[in-house]
Design a protein around this ligand. Structure first.
Ligand SMILES: *[C@@H]1O[C@H](CO)[C@@H](O)[C@H](O)[C@H]1NC(C)=O
Ligand SMILES: *[C@@H]1O[C@H](CO)[C@@H](O)[C@H](O)[C@H]1NC(C)=O
Ligand SMILES: *[C@@H]1O[C@H](CO)[C@@H](O)[C@H](O)[C@H]1NC(C)=O
Ligand SMILES: *[C@@H]1O[C@H](CO)[C@@H](O)[C@H](O)[C@H]1NC(C)=O
Ligand SMILES: *[C@@H]1O[C@H](CO)[C@@H](O)[C@H](O)[C@H]1NC(C)=O
Ligand SMILES: *[C@@H]1O[C@H](CO)[C@@H](O)[C@H](O)[C@H]1NC(C)=O
Ligand SMILES: *[C@@H]1O[C@H](CO)[C@@H](O)[C@H](O)[C@H]1NC(C)=O
Ligand SMILES: *[C@@H]1O[C@H](CO)[C@@H](O)[C@H](O)[C@H]1NC(C)=O
Ligand SMILES: *[C@@H]1O[C@H](CO)[C@@H](O)[C@H](O)[C@H]1NC(C)=O
Ligand SMILES: *[C@@H]1O[C@H](CO)[C@@H](O)[C@H](O)[C@H]1NC(C)=O
Ligand SMILES: *[C@@H]1O[C@H](CO)[C@@H](O)[C@H](O)[C@H]1NC(C)=O
Ligand SMILES: *[C@@H]1O[C@H](CO)[C@@H](O)[C@H](O)[C@H]1NC(C)=O
Length: 535
């Protein structure tokens, strides 16, 4: 009997292999998928491994991240639009690999965009996922399309990602002739928020969600980003702090006070919660060179930058910026003497109107933004029981040196889940694990061991058995958790020399799941992960 079963299943595998012809599936998918409700197929094309795809139709504001993408595996590329109302719709792509594993995956977006993240499609297709990506209901990085069109806003909040998944699963089934076995999500920043939106509101959509640096608590996040202008003023304000002061003076002073709290002087603050930074030593004395010191007004502003933001009702709106996150990539955006551009767009095109002078934003406006909460973009529901009940899993991670979205907000959300569901961390561990990635900036880069499989590694995007090892890769760790029931205890981060895989590994470090803290053992080589443990 077992032998017969074995033969029968072998036969069905052969039958499937015989029945599925990748090339003819790619030839016929465009006409087949035309039957999907509200969809218009732009094209379907076969793309062999090694092709350097370019995206001439991509909105130019997206181009800094998506000029071109080398495809790593043979795939069939399907591009289409799907209307979501009579005045809105999404543009999406499905990348269907020849070497399909039976897994489906949706990628996400970033900021206020509007831009398909082709690098993530290439990354996941190379691992055999049938992958989709969408434009979030509008093209480009501006929030202007939200103005006077709440349907486009609804797409941005939840409907693009949802439609993308529903249609993507349908195309996957049409293409391979059989439905997917397991479904996953991978995204960071706004992409992290989109992942949590699915977990909260569409709990059946994914078996496993990898949601990095999530922009949850969205309304208050955009008020928080705006309020640095309230604190620091414009470039001629007495409270303004220059980029040179941030990077040359303040960052060094923060490291002086806080780098060795974890026992190792390596430029990485393992747990910035322990850093109670005091800027007063930088205040100019009569004898000091004014370029090497701060005025008392600047020092007071600095304390406010590193303080939590409270609402008119006295409740916490958004936790503090973490000291040590000062980063040349983002200083001009966050502390540059202008209102943070995404906040500016959000208040202009969603909360208030384009004529509003955003340099006058104050707590009354921030309260209004929180109350408005269009389509529940807040994405802060602490009750994940529906997702838990269907055996879904979440891995969330957050760079501890993230300047755009405070990693303390992910702790805030975690605690909100714990309170709402009345669960201790040991029970939350059964369906959600949160890894704090020391020395990582926003979603990627930084001085720490930040490569954790969140996207293609290094500069060349060379996938190897090592970079795909579930001990060091959040996505393959998720697949193992969903399909084999083995949950990740830690994530082993890698720092490549000059962030280039081919130059080899500079050091590795394990990252602990919250609320554990990575703790140096006091004697070992600090670049050896075994010299640290989660306490
Ligand atoms: C792919 O094409 C783009 C645009 O032509 C080019 O800038 C890029 O260097 C190419 N990438 C590779 C790996 O050839
Ligand atoms: C977005 O760009 C695509 C081309 O990439 C185009 O087909 C689509 O119509 C555009 N959508 C909007 C809403 O402008
Ligand atoms: C498909 O997978 C097989 C076995 O894992 C591998 O040998 C082959 O190179 C892959 N083909 C492509 C196009 O990725
Ligand atoms: C098609 O779009 C219309 C709005 O234009 C919507 O009411 C309808 O639900 C959509 N159909 C599907 C199957 O999504
Ligand atoms: C989808 O594409 C078709 C054909 O280009 C176009 O007529 C239609 O307006 C598009 N719909 C949306 C919602 O972008
Ligand atoms: C999906 O799962 C079924 C049942 O375990 C298995 O027979 C099939 O091979 C899987 N499909 C793929 C494409 O791996
Ligand atoms: C939205 O409509 C209002 C009122 O008609 C107008 O003042 C505003 O400029 C519009 N917004 C945009 C971005 O066009
Ligand atoms: C800076 O703000 C002050 C008022 O707070 C204003 O008078 C001045 O014009 C602004 N300077 C710049 C460069 O915007
Ligand atoms: C915010 O500014 C408006 C307009 O100047 C004013 O009416 C309101 O009282 C201010 N709110 C706070 C909290 O200062
Ligand atoms: C990818 O990495 C492997 C292992 O480090 C190496 O042997 C191979 O040459 C690399 N391939 C490319 C294209 O860089
Ligand atoms: C790493 O980058 C630095 C600065 O760009 C350069 O000086 C150094 O030679 C690079 N190291 C290697 C091994 O390529
Ligand atoms: C610290 O870790 C190293 C491994 O790097 C090990 O050899 C050493 O015994 C450990 N020391 C303590 C005190 O645990």
């Amino acid at each position: 009997m077992p032998r017969l079963l074995h033969l029968a299943s072998l036969f069905s595998v052969l039958l499937y292999a015989h029945a599925f012809d990748f090339d003819s599936a790619c030839n016929s998918i465009a006409s087949e998928a035309a039957s999907i409700a509200n969809a218009t197929i732009f094209f379907a094309e076969y793309v062999p491994a090694g092709t350097n795809l370019t995206f001439p139709d991509q909105d130019p504001t997206c181009l800094s991240t998506s000029v071109s993408q080398v495809v790593l595996t043979d795939m069939c590329r399907v591009a289409l639009n799907v209307s979501t109302s009579d005045r809105s719709g999404i543009t999406m792509e499905a990348w269907l690999p020849r070497n399909w594993t039976g897994r489906f995956l949706s990628t996400g977006n970033g900021g206020l965009d509007g831009c398909i993240q082709y690098i993530d499609l290439a990354y996941t297709t190379a691992q055999g996922f049938a992958t989709v990506g969408a434009n979030n209901g509008h093209n480009g990085t501006s929030g202007e399309p939200f103005s006077n069109n709440s349907d486009i806003l609804a797409d941005f909040v939840y409907r693009s990602i949802h439609t993308n998944v529903v249609v993507g699963k349908e195309i996957t089934k049409m293409f391979y002739g059989t439905p997917h076995n397991t479904s996953y999500y991978l995204g960071c920043s706004t992409g992290g928020r989109e992942g949590f939106k699915a977990v909260q509101d569409f709990p059946d959509e994914f078996d496993g969600v990898v949601a990095g640096s999530p922009a949850v608590n969205w309304n208050n996040l955009l008020s928080w980003s705006a309020h640095f202008f309230n604190i620091l003023g414009n470039s001629s304000s007495p409270t303004f702090i220059t980029s040179d002061q941030w990077l040359g003076l303040i960052h060094d002073d923060i490291l002086k006070q806080c780098d060795t709290i974890d026992g190792v002087a390596d430029g990485i603050i393992e747990d910035p919660n322990l850093c109670d930074y005091k800027p007063e030593e930088l205040i100019c004395s009569p004898s000091s060179n004014t370029s090497d010191c701060l005025t008392a007004e600047q020092a007071a502003a600095l304390r406010l930058v590193f303080s939590p933001m409270y609402g008119e009702d006295g409740n916490l709106m958004y936790p503090r910026m973490q000291p040590g996150s000062e980063n040349a990539d983002f200083i001009a955006l966050m502390y540059g003497g202008e209102v943070f551009p995404f906040s500016n767009d959000w208040f202009h095109y969603v909360v208030l109107d384009p004529s509003f002078d955003t340099t006058t934003l104050n707590l009354t406006d921030y309260t209004l933004a929180a109350e408005l909460n269009p389509f529940n973009i807040e994405t802060f529901n602490g009750n994940l029981s529906a997702f838990q009940a269907r055996n879904g899993k979440v891995i969330t991670y957050h760079g501890q040196a993230d300047m755009l979205i405070s990693p303390a907000d992910t702790e805030f959300y975690y605690q909100h889940i714990a309170k709402t569901m009345a669960l201790p961390p040991s029970d939350i561990d059964n369906f959600l694990r949160f890894f704090r990635i020391s020395g990582m900036s926003h979603c990627e880069t930084g001085v720490g061991a930040w490569e954790i499989g969140q996207t293609l590694p290094g500069a060349s995007g060379n996938l190897t058995a090592e970079t795909l090892d579930p001990e060091r890769n959040v996505l393959t760790a998720m697949v193992r958790w969903v399909e084999e029931g083995i949950a990740p205890e830690t994530i082993l981060g890698t720092k490549y020399v000059n962030d280039t895989t081919e130059l080899g590994v500079e050091f590795s470090r394990r990252h602990c799941r919250y609320p554990f803290r990575n703790t140096y053992n006091g004697t070992g080589d600090s670049s050896d992960p075994d010299s640290w443990s989660c306490k």
